[in-house]
Design a protein around this ligand. Structure first.
Ligand code: AMP
Length: 474
């Protein structure tokens, strides 16, 4: 199929040609004609499939008719993170070169004033993270009653981040008659419920992950000691010894470790940047740009910051920490091996990671081999942690139970922090049966929570129950 067969306008087709695309990807071929016909679309697709163009191209065609009014954007795209929002903005710049489209970005970490000025002038396209958008709406700075097309992107990610109550509120603020384009990589029950509530007779379009992601990535484990010093030394060894190395994204489970690993690599003379939620927006974009354009070779990231980012040419992904959640592994390694290129994913594995690695192997339905020379070294590991003795069948259910505060904390700290104090406190959506608790906790939130006492580092002797001397009443 060709792009000209999809029903896009001539000006959009010219922009597509200028982008160098020859044929539409499956999600584009299937979704664009329906989107142009005004149908609601439920797209089950992940980043890398071309889904951004699948919604931006028909939106631009549609925006050719009509004009934006002050404070009343015509279309709204919801993204879970600032980086993804910025990435979609870039797509509008690229595909909208032949149009005069006013795009406004409503994300945290950027001054309210500039954003407000853009919205006041009138935006054709508003790209927003849910928290900042609701702040604007609650302050009466924006009216969503003119929205013709609503895009909800990365819905399962929104769920992970506790944004579903916000999405529900936003869906109620936009007109009932709007068109909704909804994208999610997976369809857990909470997301299905959301689509049943807010989509009208949608066309369901499902595409598999790009084949290159699964097949072109060499995945290995590298044994390391548990201490941060040992892990950092192993990381340096891995980077220095990596074959066909061009650049690498290094994933850490915690924000504070991102910073520590980043500083350590910098100290050891590596060309490195960092990306995590504590950095202000400018620093985040600068780090990303530096990595994209090759100014730095390494980017140390947390999962939230890096999810869904489109960085086309990453030779290596290194998991400084084995992720606690198997799905994160899939998302992480999907940063390499893109666009048909070969990729390498290396995971540092301590003797404490056996359970996480079992869960990953179960999810990806394959065993991850030890890097050459590593298996022998791993024989030194304590008895039950030896790699070959790891139970292959242990289920992901064997994970640590969620901590109480994790269940209680639905919203990502990063997003909450990025909001300025509201004039009047916005009531949180009630936790009713219709708004289930988020599927899983936010480890980044935990990471940012103020540490009480010694935090996780309480020496075990202090945790032993104290035996008090028996006092007899006399
Ligand atoms: P996305 O899934 O939207 O993040 O897109 C992934 C990458 O595919 C981006 O770098 C796009 O520029 C690229 N892309 C999107 N559509 C096409 C196409 N039809 N042909 C080639 N590349 C594309």
């Amino acid at each position: 199929m060709n792009f000209d067969e999809l029903g896009l306008s001539q000006k959009v087709l010219e922009a597509v040609r200028a982008s160098g695309y020859e044929t539409p990807t499956p999600i584009q071929a299937q979704a664009i004609p329906h989107a142009l016909a005004g149908r609601d679309v439920l797209g089950i697709a992940q980043t890398g499939t071309g889904k951004t163009a699948a919604f931006t191209l028909p939106m631009i065609s549609r925006l050719e008719q009509g004009r934006a009014r002050a404070r009343m954007p015509r279309t709204l795209i919801l993204e879970p993170t600032r980086e993804l929002a910025a990435q979609v903005e870039e797509a509008f710049v690229r595909y909208g070169v032949n149009h005069k489209i006013n795009v406004a970005l409503l994300i945290g970490g950027v001054s309210f004033g500039d954003q407000e000025a853009k919205i006041t002038r009138g935006a054709d396209v508003l790209i927003a993270t849910p928290g900042r958008l609701l702040d604007f709406a609650d302050r009466g700075k924006i009216l969503l009653t003119g929205i013709e097309v609503l895009v909800i992107d990365e819905a399962d990610r929104m769920l992970d981040m506790g944004f579903i109550p916000d999405i529900e509120r936003i869906c109620k603020l936009v007109p009932f008659t709007r068109q909704t384009l909804f994208f999610s990589a997976t369809m857990p029950p909470e997301i299905t419920r959301l689509t049943e509530q807010f989509l009208q007779n949608p066309v369901r379009v499902e595409v598999s992950r790009p084949a290159s992601t699964a097949t072109a990535i060499t995945q290995t484990l590298v044994k390391t000691g548990v201490s941060p010093e040992e892990k950092r030394a192993t990381l340096r060894r891995v980077i220095r010894g990596a074959e066909n190395f061009k650049n690498a994204i290094v994933f850490s489970n915690r924000k504070r470790d991102v910073q520590v690993v980043y500083r350590s690599l910098e100290k050891h003379g590596f060309s490195v940047g960092a990306l995590h939620g504590d950095l202000d927006q400018r620093a985040r974009m600068a780090a990303l740009d530096a990595f994209r354009n090759g100014t730095v070779q390494l980017l140390v990231c947390s999962d939230v910051a890096a999810r869904g980012l489109d960085i086309p040419d990453v030779s290596h992904v290194i998991n400084y920490d084995a992720p606690h959640h198997a799905e994160d592994y899939v998302h992480r390694i999907g940063r390499t091996g893109r666009a048909g290129k070969a990729g390498v994913a290396i995971t540092l594995a301590t003797r404490l990671d056996a359970k996480n690695i079992d869960a990953i192997e179960k999810l990806i339905a394959r065993k991850i081999d030890w890097a050459p020379g590593e298996a022998e070294a791993a024989d030194d590991a304590p008895e039950e942690k030896r790699p070959e003795q790891r139970s292959r069948g242990r289920s992901a259910a064997g994970r640590e139970p969620r901590r109480e505060e994790e269940r209680r904390e639905p919203r990502r700290e990063e997003e909450r922090r990025e909001r300025p104090a509201p004039r009047s406190r916005r009531p949180e959506a009630p936790a009713t049966a219709a708004a289930p608790a988020p599927r899983r906790r936010q480890r980044e939130d935990l990471d940012d929570a103020p540490v009480v006492g010694l935090g996780d580092h309480v020496p075990s002797f202090l945790l032993r129950p104290t035996r008090l001397p028996r006092v007899t009443a006399d």
